[in-house]
Write a protein that binds this ligand. Sequence first.
Ligand SMILES: Cc1cc2nc3c(=O)[nH]c(=O)nc-3n(C[C@H](O)[C@H](O)[C@H](O)COP(=O)(O)O)c2cc1C
Length: 186
Amino acid sequence: MSKVLLPPKTMLIPLPAVMVSCVAEGFKPNIITISWIGIVNSEPPMLSISVKPNRHSHQIIKKSGEFVVNLTSESNVKMADFCGNKSGRKYDKFKEMNLTPIPAQKISCPIIKECPINLECRVTQSFVLGTHEMFIAEIVAMHIDEECLDAKGNPDIDKLMPLVYCTGARQYRGGLAKLLGQYGAI
Ligand SMILES: Cc1cc2nc3c(=O)[nH]c(=O)nc-3n(C[C@H](O)[C@H](O)[C@H](O)COP(=O)(O)O)c2cc1C
């Protein structure tokens, strides 16, 4: 099979489609769907999200220096798409999608009850890269739905049923149920 050379693009497939909640003084709690996300350090646990400056959430995160990464399951697909296509400037996304804000432990921003894993994050650095500003943040607390834990206290992937976003095809996909093997033991 021959290779086709295409113009360079951000073609990383699949990507998570997480719902990032944020709030700041003078703003209502808001949610933005984010796929430009990655883990960037183990100890302390850190991640990055890249947000376009024209997003309503960008203003909020800039002001508060905090956000929650709410991981999504297949069941969250409708709300993830809504929060990724409507702006908090016009919509109260918690209300429109019937989402339940719960107080976080370490930060002022609410976590989303309907999402199975919630990572409370505090921004430590940010970089304007071009189209996006990358916020690097420390994960200061983590929550997980009890029913999504296996007997050893690890996330149960069959219960989590993670939602992914496929760049290029612009599709949401699920079905991560097929187990191919265990890390280091194939
Ligand atoms: C699957 C998906 C992934 C997205 N990923 C990002 C992202 O990584 N960064 C970003 O700035 N916008 C991203 N967006 C677009 C924002 O979610 C969208 O513009 C949203 O309406 C902004 O809301 P806000 O104005 O309330 O902040 C994504 C949208 C979707 C549907």
